[in-house]
Design a protein around this ligand. Sequence first.
Ligand SMILES: Cc1ncc(COP(=O)(O)O)c(C=O)c1O
Length: 405
Amino acid sequence: MITSTDTGTLRIITAEDEHLAHNYHPLPVVISRGEGAWVTDVEGKRYLDLLSAYSALNFGHGHPAILAAAREQLDRLTLTSRAYHNDRLGPFAAALAELCGKDLVLPMNTGAEAVETGIKVARAWAYRVKGVAPDAAKIIVANGNFHGRTTTIVGFSDDPVAYEGFGPYAPGFVHVPFGDAAAIEAAIDENTAAVLIEPIQGEAGVVIPPEGYLRAVRELCTARGVLFIADEIQSGLGRVGTTFACDREGVVPDVYLLGKALGGGILPLSAVVANRDVLGVIRPGEHGSTFGGNPLAAAVGLQVVEMLASGEFQTRAAALGEHLAARLEALLGHGVTAVRVAGLWAGVDIDPAVGTGREVAERMLARGVLVKDTHGQTIRLAPPLVVRGTELDWAVEQLRHVLSV
Ligand SMILES: Cc1ncc(COP(=O)(O)O)c(C=O)c1O
């Protein structure tokens, strides 16, 4: 990709290669500024960012209202730990609970922590409310899942790249095919605490389950006394044209797991949101995090929730998503074998005859568009929700060019 041996980009990448663990394989670009849907590299070249930090930048780079909330809070108070109260956490929790239509919020930092917290809550609920025998609780998960990188979470991934070499794995998880409600029904027994799924599987390549699946999961969980935990860390907060991906089927899970965009693209902020009969099982001292619920994150999160409460971003994602879908579908048969779109979120399967997902991402980079490959032949598009229709048109035009190489 980079041919000159004398660029700032190459110098920085070489330094990274010497001193950074190789847990990522980044595209060869070094970004130093961002504004809205655009970023600029160290040499001044601009790129349209169609990845949005894996949907953590739903509101774009440097959204003025989010920056203002952060700046104002930076000058007042940033961290207390939960050993004391702080004056930002209560308003944030109240606003987020209202957005979710739930009673309680448990704030954490990263997505994986929210998932771990959801697992603990489900197990505690199973033992303390449902009456499951000690250490017998089971959680049903879907094949193709991606819920994060902790040892427990990778232990129930079925992707060898995620789990191989990191065992022994925590027991208590049962796999079923994604999109198959009958398989969940067959897997539920008296020890089942929860069904944990992504309503749309992001890392798997924006895999959308068949219509009716989420409703069936909701009905099954209610009928069988099992918690429905929706991991909306990537799919939630406006991305798919509704506040949550579960809204697409008019479904409310028992537990929302939220993260990424909740932190406004500024800092890590995640949360578990549920009603008191579920989240109330956690007692003082049983769970926590030094940074979870810090006033800086709470101030940013409050601003994010207020922006979502207006519905403006959801409406924009829905309208622009239809626009994007029409343009991507026109590429079917022209280097693209399948397109899956939900709001402003798209998985595009690349015909191996024109290259791998990585090769397409590198060719797009050369044309000033940032996208990321996933699972070999797929590229994922998750533009900031502030992107313009004309910018999407231009990006799809670049894709058409790189596919015809
Ligand atoms: C659905 C889902 N859950 C959890 C996570 C983990 O989030 P984090 O990387 O913040 O730990 C991700 C990250 O991509 C995700 O997509």
